[in-house]
Structures are given as C-alpha cells and as structure tokens.
Design a protein around this ligand. Structure first.
Ligand code: IPE
Ligand code: IPE
Ligand code: MG
Length: 236
C-alpha cells in the first residue's frame, strides 16, 4: 500500500524553454504548461492527494517582458472561465496564496470568483501561488503580528510557531509533504520557505509541459510508495 501525501507543491518551471526548444514563443510554452497543470490536477484528485499547491507567478516575475506578463495574467481568467463548472462538479476547491490586491483587475476578479464559488467544496484543494513571495509573506505576517500585539489581540508571550503560521497565506493548510521543481534548476525561488521546512524536495529535469501524469506519479511513488507494483493502482 502507498501512503498518499496530503499536500504536494510544485514549482512549475521550464515553460519558456519548452516553447523556445520547439521554435514557439515563451507564452506558447505557458499555454502548454497550463495543459499539463490540468492533467496534474486530475491525477491528484484520482490519487486522493488532499492539497495541490501550484506556483504560477512569483512577485519577481513582474520583471519579465510586458507581453509575457500580460499573457500570464490572462491565463487565470481563461482557465477559471473554462474550468469552474468542472471544478464544481468534481468538488474541487480553489485557494490563492499571494498578493491578490495587486493583480490586474480582471485577474483579481477571476480568482476571487473561483475562490468564492468553490468555497464550500470538500474535495481536492488546488492552491495557486499567484503573485507570491515567501519573504514578503513572512514580512507581512510579522507586521500583522505586531499590529495585533499593539491592539492587544495577541500577547508577545503567546507567539509561537503555530500562532505565527496562522498569519501566513497558507493558514488553513498543512505544510507540504513534498515540493517538486521541474525544469532542472535546483532552487527554491522564494517559494513556501516557512512551510517547506520539513518537506521532501524533489528536483526533476523535465520541463514543466513535459511533466505528465505518469512522471508525477513516479516521483510521488519514489518518495512515498512502498513498491513499483502499486503504481499500477494509479496509472489509469
Ligand atoms: C514557468 O516557467 C514559470 C512561470 C513563471 C510561469 P518559466 O517561464 O520560468 O520557464 P523557463 O524557466 O524560462 O524555461
Ligand atoms: C519560479 O520560476 C517561479 C514560478 C514557477 C512561478 P522562475 O523561473 O521564475 O524562477 P527563477 O527565476 O529561475 O528563480
Ligand atoms: Mg524559469
């Protein structure tokens, strides 16, 4: 029998290179990546993973060419427009970790709608790290702790790891059991630095669009599976 990880987080890297390698644009790489993302959401639901966190856009990514940023900001609009009815049917709940306030208006509206509509769903949680930075998440948390201390809502003596974690975007979620980065780079890139203190870190060479269901499952089995045979339970 396999132990299914509760929470898997993925740094979806390598879309741009995937496009370039095929003589396509970086944005076409992002489109291919979004197709893979759909496949991994399906696979996670099938396997019984409880939470899938997907790093979609970092606060550093604003420095990219304007066209690419526009494309990446429009993707969630297109994605949720198309997928929300299915997510409702499949009981999938959407969460966002990141600075939603400073997203372009249309993107903000689309992600808020996705969170609100799926709020009461009880199946797989798909948590998008969007306009996310681990450092600013921690700094914001500290600043809110200080404010609450000033307002006598919390005493400094009361502050411990559990209380602090409640000030993070991920407050309702358990820590990831596993963080996977695709695309061959061995970096964390400002992702879930508090939350992944004890997570398994997996770096895989496949560029994200090529990181299909079978490879995803194999990586999970490598860490959490008892034997290769049980992989067949999952590969449909
Ligand atoms: C996707 O991969 C990450 C996002 C910002 C969406 P990249 O766009 O970083 O692709 P590479 O690493 O340049 O190939
Ligand atoms: C990490 O990939 C961020 C996302 C997957 C959204 P990047 O390509 O932006 O990270 P760096 O620049 O290699 O650190
Ligand atoms: Mg990259």
């Amino acid at each position: 029998m396999n132990t299914i990880p509760n929470h898997v987080a993925i740094i979806m890297d390598g879309n741009g290179r995937w496009g370039k390698l095929r003589g396509l644009s970086r944005s076409e790489g992002h489109y291919a990546g979004s197709q893979t993302m759909e496949e991994l959401i399906d696979a996670s639901a099938e396997m019984g993973i409880k939470i899938l966190t997907l790093y979609a856009f970092s606060t550093e990514n604003w420095k990219r060419p304007k066209d690419e940023v526009n494309y990446l900001m429009n993707l969630p609009i297109k994605f949720f427009n198309q997928k929300l009815p299915e997510f409702m049917k499949r009981n999938i709940k959407i969460l966002i970790s990141g600075d939603i306030e400073n997203l372009p208006k249309g993107t903000k509206k689309a992600v808020i709608k996705a969170m609100e509509e799926t709020e009461n769903n009880t199946g797989l949680i798909v948590n998008f790290a969007l306009n996310y930075s681990s450092r600013s998440e921690i700094v914001q948390a500290i600043s809110r702790v200080l404010q609450d201390a000033k307002d006598h809502k919390i005493s400094i003596e009361q502050l411990d790891e559990e209380t602090f974690a409640n000030y993070l975007y991920t407050k309702d979620l358990p820590d990831p059991d596993m963080v996977i980065r695709t695309g061959g780079e061995r970096r964390i890139s400002n992702f879930l630095m508090w939350q992944s203190s004890n997570s398994e870190l997996c770096f895989v060479d496949e560029l994200f669009p090529d990181f299909k269901k079978e490879i995803f499952i194999k990586e999970i089995v490598k860490v959490f599976g008892d034997n290769e045979v049980s992989l067949n339970e999952w590969v449909v």
